[in-house]
Design a protein around this ligand. Structure first.
Ligand code: ATP
Ligand code: MG
Length: 411
């Protein structure tokens, strides 16, 4: 991608209302653009990052047989009356032509349960697990911290359906592993801890995945030995590590990046969703749900990986792998840079190519730091004189001159 053609540019000044690092750098870097509080446009750079996060999630979920579907954002309010959730204060209400009440879905248990019921008759149709990646709508009292708490935000929501509690439990444990595999690939593995989330006897029914960060709204109590935490809400009932019983738990701030629940028959009861067992007896279906927010994850990554100059993307989610910066408009410099671009593209390496003729060296290097692509490659008269290019990693301070061949080998 030629930077001169890219829709969405960097800006020198931070937005006045950017109260968090992710809002500031993502806006200044040309990744997102605020439409209103808690609602953002994704520009090409930002959409590339979001899509990479979503695809990592997809790949890991497919390994455990989850199938992708897409459910509607808009639903008749009646579905929420059925489950008694029509009074949730985060619900956005609206009206269909003709007068029927509708809502914008904040989550999809009310849609997925009757949907799966339609296709499930006996034990032979179970277990089944379906997920979607879609925008959710929640009328949050306080939308804040950029992508961390939105009123319209992106969520992956997975739902699983089982013939027994045992089977649900096995799948739930599998999903815990899948979530950690996802966070590791996202670069958040070392920082994300499993957190016991709901109170008392319900402890084993719900877990959060909390990324440790000073920016976090949540408080967790961490066992540093087991890397397991207890949510503030249950610390009175569970004041030791749920695994090793250590009582020296350390208070930490954290961002909730995932949340999983054993719903048991809460929603199948509401919708009369049963299946026929081997004896032909009708039994309520056991259900689990598993949420993970790609947009909040994107904000979290920026909160954790940055310095005073900008973002430092982990390679797996960076908008491009290589940022080629051309310094000087002399034809031999331009030709060399174009040659490099061609070789990188032949190797299918994703490149952002800063070909701007008018920008200064300072502006170009400053933008490269702000955008935060892992490999920065400078082509200039100086590097040509040394028969090479200058390579600098975004997370290191030293640059080195290497030949184009060596660069291609390294990437
Ligand atoms: P929170 O406690 O932060 O309000 P929640 O527990 O209500 O979140 P869930 O319903 O469990 O959230 O949603 C699943 C996932 O969706 C969360 O773990 C988080 O990653 C993401 N998420 C939830 N609410 C928001 C939001 N307002 N903005 C961005 N992401 C969100
Ligand atoms: Mg939650």
């Amino acid at each position: 991608m030629r930077y001169s053609q890219l829709f969405g540019k960097t800006s020198k000044s931070a937005p006045a209302d950017a109260e968090s690092v992710n809002a500031k750098y993502l806006t200044q870097g040309g990744f997102i653009n605020k439409q209103m509080a808690g609602i953002y446009n994704y520009l090409p750079l930002g959409l590339r990052v979001l899509t990479k996060i979503q695809n990592i999630i997809r790949e890991e979920l497919h390994k455990v047989g989850a199938q992708e579907i897409l459910m509607p954002a808009l639903t008749q309010e009646e579905s929420y009356t059925t489950t008694g959730r029509d009074d949730m204060d985060i619900l956005f209400h609206t009206e269909i032509a003709g007068g029927a009440k509708a809502v914008l879905n904040p989550t999809h248990e009310e849609i997925v349960t009757p949907l799966v019921k339609t296709y499930t008759f006996s034990y032979r149709d179970l277990p089944v697990a379906v997920y979607q990646i879609q925008n959710k709508f929640r009328n949050e009292a306080r939308a804040k911290s950029g992508l961390l708490r939105g009123r319209e935000f992106n969520m992956k929501d997975l739902y699983s359906f089982h013939t027994s509690e045992e089977d649900l439990k096995d799948y739930y444990e599998k999903i815990k592993e899948v979530y950690f595999a996802i966070y590791r690939r996202l670069g958040l593995g070392d920082l994300t801890v499993l957190t016991y989330a709901s109170g008392g006897a319900f402890c084993k029914y719900s877990h959060e995945f909390q990324a440790l960060s000073e920016m976090g709204e949540d408080t967790v109590f961490l066992c540093e030995k087991c890397r397991i935490a207890v949510n503030k809400e249950i610390i009175d009932e569970q004041n030791s590590c749920p695994s090793c019983l250590n009582v020296d738990l350390v208070e930490k701030k954290a961002i909730e990046v995932g949340n999983i629940f054993k719903l048991m028959t809460r929603f199948s009861d509401a919708f009369g969703f049963t299946f026929a067992n081997e004896q032909g007896k009708k039994i309520p279906v056991m259900m689990g749900c598993y949420g993970l927010g790609p947009s909040r994850v994107m904000g979290t990554i920026v909160e954790i990986f940055n310095d005073e100059k900008g973002i430092i993307w982990p390679e797996a989610v960076a908008p491009y792998k290589v940022h080629v910066v051309v310094l000087g408009a002399e034809s031999e410099v331009m030709n060399e840079a174009e040659k490099l671009l061609k070789s990188l593209e032949e190797k299918h390496i994703e490149v952002l190519f800063d070909d701007r003729a008018k920008a200064t060296t300072g502006e170009k290097l400053g933008d490269a730091d702000l955008i935060g692509i892992p490999y920065r490659v400078v082509v200039s008269k100086k590097t040509l004189a040394q028969n090479g290019v200058e390579l600098k990693l975004r997370n290191e301070s030293d640059a080195q001159i290497i030949s184009q061949e060596e660069l291609l080998r390294k990437l």
